[in-house]
Structures are given as structure tokens and as C-alpha cells.
Design a protein around this ligand. Structure first.
Ligand SMILES: NC(=O)c1ccc[n+]([C@@H]2O[C@H](COP(=O)([O-])OP(=O)(O)OC[C@H]3O[C@@H](n4cnc5c(N)ncnc54)[C@H](O)[C@@H]3O)[C@@H](O)[C@H]2O)c1
Length: 258
């Protein structure tokens, strides 16, 4: 990864931030793209302190194609042609299907699925123009493969869509030397994890999850980030179209018995 330029969406927080710092430690140049521009800039500064030869924070809403194109242009101008993209930007807004406002459905799908597609599209254009190949990692979720009660419909649909997107892009762009993979994090200790839990209930919810995860705890943001950084790296040179689960054993566990 040394001196390679990597774009990380949602890099202002959580898993994206952790991946940015891991890439920085490996000597990559990193562009942190986040609609919270102040956090993007702060993580770019952290990345420099972690060893990135150059880093840039860019404010961008991944739902808006013109903003994605401008952010990727800014990254190329400051850091050189990108060789990697990690799509981590995402939101989780819940609600039972019969009560869900269409505006919530649209917001979740626009951010988590259209946003990922737009970022892939603009990264692919640059990879093809540079003719050097590239690697893309998109962030799905265990919620793409299983459901928990409580109204995660829109989120689950958005994350399942990412798996189909990844398979499709992997097949279409393999001939251009572009690899496309997904990570499926399980419960990971970030602001998004608790977005739909009242602050007074977080401690109890964490205890319940710890009991239910086979490895006995939530992931730290570094853990799914390590999986993403491996998929971005040449160590994964023969891996494309894959869905890498990083969930402490949750999907492997049947929930019908104690
Ligand atoms: N935390 C978990 O338990 C968990 C589990 C499975 C999957 N995920 C996925 O991991 C990814 C990262 O989530 P996280 O847990 O690090 O959450 P987080 O809230 O810490 O980080 C998400 C980042 O995305 C940014 N973002 C949101 N909407 C955006 C937009 N429209 N444009 C640009 N940036 C935007 C936010 O500003 C934030 O910095 C998400 O796609 C999430 O769905 C998280």
C-alpha cells in the first residue's frame, strides 16, 4: 500500500476512520470523504500523524453525484490517482415497514446503496482511465443475510443490495484488473451501532449483545477495518466478488436453542 492513494468514504468516524488510520500506518495516501467535513479534516490530520505521506479531508454527501465527482477530483489533484476505494459511509434508521415514512426508506437506500454505487462508478471511471487496475471494498452488514425483530427493513435491504452490486461489479471489471469485495461487519462499537437505542439503554443492550455473540463481545472498529484493508491490499490479489463476514460468529449461530 505504500504511497498508494486510497479514498475512504465515511472516514470521519467508526470503521471508516479506523481503516483510514490503518492505511496511513501502511504508508498510503488517504482521502477521507465524509459529509461531516470537519471530522473528515480531523481524521486526515490523524492519518498524517499515523504515517500517511499525504492526507486530505473532503466534505461530500455520497448521495449526490456531483459532490462525489468533485470529491474524487479533489482527491486525485491532491494525492494522485486513486488505486483503492473503501465505501464505509452509511446510516441506520429503523421502523416497522407498515409505519415507515417513505422519506426514511429513501434516505437509507439513497445513502447506503445509491451512495455506494455512485462512489464505485466514479472510482471505476478513474481506474479505467489510468489503466492500472484497482480495489474496491464496500461495507455491507450481517443484516443483509439475516434479520432481527424491530424494523430493520430498509437497512437490511440496502445492505443486501450491496452484495449484489459487488458481485456484478466484480464480474464486469475483473478484465480491467479491478477487484470488488464486500465486508459484512457484525455489531461494532461505533456511533451507528447505537443510533436507534435510547442512550439510557445502551449499557444493557451491549450486555445482551455480548451474551449473544459467540466470541462474547462487540467488535472494535479496527476489526472490520482490518478485513477491509486486507481486501484493499495486494495480499488479496486473487479475491474478488467475495463477501467477507467479520461478525464474531453471529451468522454461524442458530438462535433456536440456548
Ligand atoms: N457499527 C456496526 O455495528 C455496523 C455493523 C454492520 C455494518 N456497519 C456499516 O459500517 C459502515 C460504517 O459505519 P460505522 O459503524 O463506522 O458508523 P459511523 O456512524 O461511526 O460512521 C459512518 C460515517 O458515515 C458518514 N456518512 C453518513 N451519511 C453520509 C453521506 N450521505 N455522505 C457522506 N458520509 C456520510 C457519517 O458522517 C459517519 O462519519 C456503515 O456502512 C454501516 O452500515 C456498521
Amino acid at each position: 500500500m505504500r504511497d498508494r492513494s486510497i479514498i475512504i468514504t465515511g472516514g470521519g468516524s467508526g470503521i471508516g476512520r479506523a481503516a483510514a488510520l490503518l492505511c496511513a500506518e501502511r504508508g498510503a495516501r488517504v482521502a477521507i470523504v465524509d459529509h461531516a467535513g470537519d471530522r473528515a479534516s480531523a481524521v486526515a490530520e490523524e492519518a498524517r500523524l499515523h504515517g500517511a505521506p499525504a492526507a486530505l479531508g473532503v466534505a461530500c454527501d455520497v448521495r449526490v453525484e456531483a459532490e462525489v465527482a468533485a470529491a474524487f477530483d479533489a482527491a486525485a489533484a491532491a494525492l494522485g490517482s486513486a488505486r483503492g476505494l473503501f465505501c464505509s459511509a452509511g446510516i441506520d434508521m429503523g421502523g416497522m415497514a407498515h409505519e415507515l415514512e417513505q422519506v426514511v426508506w429513501d434516505r437509507v437506500l439513497d445513502t447506503n446503496l445509491r451512495g455506494v454505487y455512485l462512489c464505485c462508478k466514479h472510482a471505476l471511471r478513474r481506474f479505467l482511465a489510468d489503466d492500472q487496475g484497482g480495489a474496491i471494498v464496500c461495507t455491507s452488514s450481517v443484516m443483509a443475510c439475516g434479520s432481527i425483530p424491530g424494523g430493520s427493513t430498509a437497512y437490511s435491504v440496502s445492505k443486501a443490495g450491496i452484495l449484489a452490486l459487488v458481485r456484478s461489479l466484480a464480474v464486469d471489471y475483473a478484465r480491467y484488473g479491478v477487484r470488488v469485495n464486500a465486508i459484512l461487519p457484525g455489531a461494532t462499537e461505533t456511533p451507528l451501532m447505537w443510533a436507534n437505542v435510547a442512550s439510557g439503554d445502551v449499557a444493557q443492550a451491549r450486555e445482551i449483545i455480548n451474551l449473544e455473540v459467540p466470541l462474547g463481545r462487540l467488535a472494535t472498529p479496527d476489526e472490520p477495518a482490518q478485513a477491509a484493508v486486507w481486501l484493499l491490499s495486494d495480499e488479496a490479489s486473487y479475491v474478488t466478488g467475495s463477501h467477507l463476514v467479520c461478525d464474531g460468529g453471529v451468522l454461524a449461530r442458530l438462535a433456536l436453542s440456548a
